[in-house]
Design a protein around this ligand. Structure first.
Ligand SMILES: Nc1nc2c(ncn2[C@@H]2O[C@H](COP(=O)(O)OP(=O)(O)O)[C@@H](O)[C@H]2O)c(=O)[nH]1
Ligand SMILES: [Mg+2]
Length: 230
């Protein structure tokens, strides 16, 4: 994938500020410091597009970026969705939950996990909660440059072993590093594929979407209700 443009669009504090668009959208979520901003910069090839911070919890808004004029990347703050994190930041948790549950053009939610850590309950609980939401998601194990490939494999194995006990199907899994650029082309390819799918079938999710759509002529036949046996 060639990145021709990557532009910051808006920092949203409320759903009203989410950009209204039919372009497919890809969101990143995970614990503070897991590497969300770094991965956005890696994927967009813009070093300073999303602020990388060593201060946990610094990002408090949902940041939207428009890439190549045709898809969106979204930086979700920390884990707002997990009910385990109910604190005074409750409103803000609701914002992330609203985003995940209702964003109609959300093509894939990338859940970032620090590859160096043993399975974290908050990550597992978050993924478990996703079962009740019609959302396409993938796992991204970050910072793999900081340890041996064997350690990373063990981490993934430990995590997926626990996940298998809770879910019938495992999501796609990526591994990334901002220093070696590992995982970049794989995630780009996945985004490319999902963008093509979204173009062929614009309604990514069954959530509200009443806009006029130019249906692909190929879909037209399938939609026509002319059952010859009827
Ligand atoms: N070595 C290494 N460091 C990383 C990687 N990804 C993120 N970091 C570092 O981890 C810290 C937190 O990253 P950041 O992107 O701000 O995390 P966020 O809070 O999830 O947005 C920063 O110091 C990054 O430089 C990686 O793949 N490899
Ligand atoms: Mg960040």
């Amino acid at each position: 994938m060639k990145i021709k443009s990557a532009d910051f669009v808006v920092s949203a504090l409320a759903p009203e500020s989410f950009p209204q668009t039919h372009f497919p959208e890809f969101a990143l979520i995970g614990r503070s410091n897991v590497g969300k901003s770094s991965l956005i910069n890696l994927l967009t090839e813009r070093r300073g597009l999303s602020k990388v911070s060593t201060t946990p919890g610094k990002t408090v808004m949902i940041n939207f970026f428009k890439i190549n004029g045709s898809w969106f990347l979204v930086d979700l703050p920390g884990y707002g969705f997990a009910k385990v994190a109910k604190t005074r930041r409750e409103d803000f948790n609701d914002l992330v939950a609203t985003y995940i549950e209702t964003r109609p053009n959300l093509a894939c939610l990338f859940v970032l996990i620090d590859a160096r850590l043993p399975p974290q309950p908050i990550d597992l609980q978050f993924i478990e909660q996703l079962s009740s939401v019609a959302v396409n998601f993938a796992l991204v194990f970050t910072k793999i440059d900081k340890q041996s490939p064997t350690r990373t494999r063990e981490s993934i194995e430990a995590f997926t072993t626990l996940l298998r006990k809770r879910r019938a199907e495992l999501p796609p899994i990526f591994t990334t590093s901002i220093t070696t650029q590992a995982g970049k082309s794989e995630i780009h390819a996945a985004i490319d594929r999902l963008c093509s799918e979204a173009r062929a079938k614009p309604t990514v999710r069954s959530a509200s979407s009443s806009a006029n759509r130019n249906l692909d002529p190929a879909d037209d036949n399938a939609d026509r209700d002319d059952d010859p046996t009827g």
